[in-house]
Design a protein around this ligand. Structure first.
Ligand code: ZN
Length: 429
């Protein structure tokens, strides 16, 4: 549990992916490099998709779905789908459509809160801006990715002298009033002009989806580099694990599928979120391209399997009472299998047993997470996908601390373990 190749690769993935759109772009880059072809969802037929081939689609800029068909695939004895899913988005602050009114000599730009962000973690950081811009009247597929970090912006915390009770009573932040970043002084150039330069068009010609991100690069930490510190570990770490397993897995007895969804942190209800038809239409179109009837496709679903990969709560040594005393994951102790009797996680006895089998085959250490019975449980894309498709599903991931902070941490040793179990899963059986 120190520096290692999968940790190095994760760090480089994180540093290339300051927004969900960049994460999808980084994944596309690696898929193309691995020989996959990009397909267009609006094209009437995916006739190029053949046994032995690999392909992917991007939907809405932030979601990506990939497939690899084993060479020996035949419509007479079709193989099930083995599907690993994760999400590209992370809680963050997003720029509103227009800058705020300049006051007291400062230029400012209001933000909306995306997902369940920990507000305090965004204070006193050097923030970059990343996402995608569209030109007014432009056609689909012409969005431009931008990343602006040369002129960091900042949300300064109020000095303790002006709020003497903050350490005793806690920091209360009103997102409308207290999270408005300062972008510069009124006398300097406006952020609009910098955006225009980055986008290559006048501000009035632009519509955009732009996230703030912490410019501090991802890095190793701890006395023997046993940790990784970064923004967006939830859930770009699992995006990277699914991608690395998909790209490296040898062909086996399954149709290998990887889907990285946008919009999990805001409930997954969008054209490209996990509650959309993305996965169901992707699978059906693969089946049709391979010459399967609709009936044959439907009969594959109960034989298929989904691993919903999302980060898990490691136990925090300063708050051990927040965990169930017999089911608390620890960093660098292996992959976490998550379950909940209310099915906030999709795992049940059957899917857990199958997942533990792949972990054993891969020689991967596992640990269990069940929330305290007196605390509400988080959720993932697993239960919704399982319900839509009728495919057995397990929720798993690696443990972390500071979930939903602008700067999170996880164990450097767990990441390679997650990749190994996903590779064993992709082999089928
Ligand atoms: Zn997550």
């Amino acid at each position: 549990m120190t520096r290692n190749t999968s940790g190095d690769n994760l760090i480089s993935f994180l540093n290339r992916s300051p927004s969900p759109y960049h994460a999808a772009e980084t994944a596309s880059y690696h898929l193309l490099e691995g020989g996959a072809q990009q397909l267009d969802e609006s094209s009437p037929a995916w006739s190029s998709l053949k046994p032995g081939g690999s392909a992917f689609i991007v939907r809405g800029g932030g979601s990506i779905a990939a497939v690899r068909i084993p060479t020996g695939f035949s419509a007479e004895r079709p193989l099930p789908f083995h599907i690993a899913v994760a999400h590209t988005d992370s809680p963050c602050l997003r720029l509103k459509a227009r800058p705020a009114e300049s006051t007291h000599g400062y230029r400012q730009w209001g933000v909306e809160v995306y997902g369940g962000a920990l507000f305090n973690s965004w204070l006193d950081r050097d923030l970059g801006i990343a996402g995608r811009v569209h030109r007014v009247g432009s056609s689909p597929g012409t969005a431009k990715l931008i990343r602006m970090e040369d002129h960091p912006i900042r949300i300064p915390q109020l000095a303790i002298h002006l709020e003497r009770t903050v350490n005793e009573q806690g920091l209360i932040l009103n997102p409308q009033k207290h999270l408005v970043p300062i972008t510069g002084q009124s006398s300097g150039p406006s952020l609009e002009s910098l955006l225009e330069n980055a986008a290559g068009a006048p501000f009035t010609e632009l519509a955009f989806d732009l996230c703030l991100y912490d410019r501090t690069p991802a890095c190793y930490g701890g006395t023997c580099d046993e940790f990784i510190y970064s923004g967006r570990l939830d859930n770009q770490a699992m995006c990277h694990a699914a991608l690395a397993a998909f790209v490296d897995a040898p062909a086996g007895d399954a149709i290998q599928v990887m889907v990285l969804f946008d919009h999990e942190e805001i409930g997954s209800v969008s054209a490209q979120g996990a509650e959309s038809n993305l996965l169901v239409t992707f699978l059906e179109r693969i089946a049709l391209s391979l010459g399967l009837t609709r009936e044959a496709w439907l009969s594959l679903l109960p034989r298929s399997f989904i691993v919903s990969a999302d980060m898990a709560h490691g136990i925090h040594p300063n708050y051990p009472d927040r965990h169930e005393p017999d089911h608390f994951p620890q960093l660098n102790k292996g992959v976490v299998l998550k379950s909940n009797a209310g099915l906030r996680y999709a795992s049940d006895g059957f899917s857990s047993a199958r997942f533990l089998g792949w972990a054993r085959r891969a020689g991967v250490e596992t640990q269990r997470f069940i929330n305290r019975t007196d605390l509400g449980c988080g959720t993932t894309v697993g239960p919704g996908l399982s319900a839509q498709l009728g495919i057995p599903t397990v929720d798993a991931g690696t443990p972390m601390l500071s979930m939903h902070s602008a700067r999170e941490m996880c164990g450097a040793g767990d990441h390679g373990q997650m990749i190994s179990v996903l590779k064993a899963f992709y082999l089928g059986g």
